[in-house]
Design a protein around this ligand. Structure first.
Ligand code: C5P
Length: 229
């Protein structure tokens, strides 16, 4: 399958390790990055990260760290030791927290002779309803993420165009809330199609339920990959 510039990350939002493994067996290598969120990580911890790595795939550790700077910096060291490809923190945790997180991950990666994980700031969750206060809040928080030297943000497709034009081509934009046309929205309030995400300049889209709940997950993933191309 042809590689697109916008990558697909599949959210492994399932409640057991063998289900997660089945999805990876089905979707890898077409899908190279899998997101491990609080559900699976709470149940299995580093074991699930190791399982994904063993399959040859990469991990986006989506634990949305939000705590005092010292605690999040220590969590960043732990994520770096797990050799994840990407992890995220809540931008509302503040500039100092984000700076220290970035620095801690870099120092740890240097010690290990490894590449530091990409660190992504979460601005406003995509389940938040659209209202006039979201855009300025996203803009301010994205500025903090950029100032702290993090690699990019999680944002809805609606915000991605604005972020791309204001924060340059190197800033990574990860967009969840993706739905194929005619699909249900689940609890995502700010949704868009894969093509909308490409056009808005997203580097990665995160897709969970549209693939996990599909009667043909592999076909659905292929359809999404085709749209990304
Ligand atoms: O099932 P669905 O495609 O809506 O999954 C979206 C995934 O992206 C979920 O795992 C959710 O936790 C995550 N996410 C999100 N909004 C954010 C950050 C992460 O929906 N701002």
């Amino acid at each position: 399958m042809e590689k697109s510039k916008t990558g697909l990350i599949v959210a492994l939002d399932v409640d057991n390790l063998s289900k997660a493994e089945e999805f990876i067996d089905l979707l890898y290598p077409e899908v190279e990055i899998f997101k491990i969120g609080s559900q699976l990580f709470t149940l299995y911890g580093p074991e699930v990260v190791k399982m994904v790595h063993k399959k040859g795939a990469k991990v986006f550790l989506d634990l949305k760290f939000h705590d005092i700077p010292n605690t999040v910096a220590n969590a960043a060291i732990a994520a770096t030791r797990l050799n994840v490809f990407m992890f995220n923190v809540h931008a509302q945790g503040g500039l100092e927290m984000m700076k220290r997180t970035k620095e801690a991950a870099e120092v740890e990666a240097n010690k290990l002779g490894a590449k530091p994980p990409l660190i992504i700031g979460v601005t406003v969750l995509t389940s938040t309803s659209e209202n006039s206060t979201i855009k300025p809040l996203v803009a301010t928080l994205t500025e903090d993420v950029d100032k702290a030297g993090l690699d990019g943000v999680v944002a809805s497709v609606k915000e991605a165009g604005f972020i791309r034009s204001n924060f340059g081509s190197k800033f990574i934009i990860v967009t969840p809330g993706i739905r194929l046309k005619n699909a249900t929205n689940d609890d995502q309030k700010r949704i868009a199609t894969p093509l909308d995400a490409v056009e808005a300049g997203a580097n990665y889209i995160v897709v969970g339920r549209p693939i996990l709940n599909s009667s043909k997950p592999k076909e659905t993933a292929k359809l999404i990959l085709a749209q990304l191309n």
